[in-house]
Design a protein around this ligand. Sequence first.
Ligand code: GRF
Length: 197
Amino acid sequence: MNLGVLISGRGSNMVALAQACARDDYPARIAVVVSNQPGVAGLDKAAAMGLSTELIDHRDFPDRDAFEARLIELLQQHNVQLVCLAGFMRLLSRRFIEAFRDHILNIHPSLLPSFPGLRVHEQALEHGVRISGCTVHLVTEDLDAGPILLQAAVPVQQDDSVDALAARILEQEHQIYPEAVRLFVEGYLNPHGALSI
Ligand code: GRF
């Protein structure tokens, strides 16, 4: 299956997906990595791994609709069948969701439905949760609220800092995102989030 990976920054989850895709027995390949931000580290990392990269700067378009129309067109040109959001910092409208209905995944650094949105680790520490983690979910029009596909739990340690917690959770993100994509592509995860192994 052809993946289109959308990034806005560092791109470490994109790298984890690319490393998985490089394995012979992995059922997907990255057709294109697209960033909406120029000059980000993720674009350099993707190019260094020999991946096809594209920049679609949302500021070059008059509105969200025009930006997304170009994004859809580009993904279709690359025959993308599954869109993987990996630190992509733009909200997607109904139009985009419909274009890839039930075939858009996202990774979020908390155990959803706790702590959607931004400042995720700050929220976890403020609430004093003992366990946080990460979630791979299907993307719907509602922010960080689509059906959950896979999660990993990460204990919060006493005196944890945002950076320390984020780093431990990121390690798990790199494990579960490629695993969720594999399960999804192999048909073990249905569009309603149920695991059918
Ligand atoms: C990750 O923590 C991911 O869960 C969130 O944004 C961050 C992206 O990091 N959606 P990276 O660009 O993949 O390194």
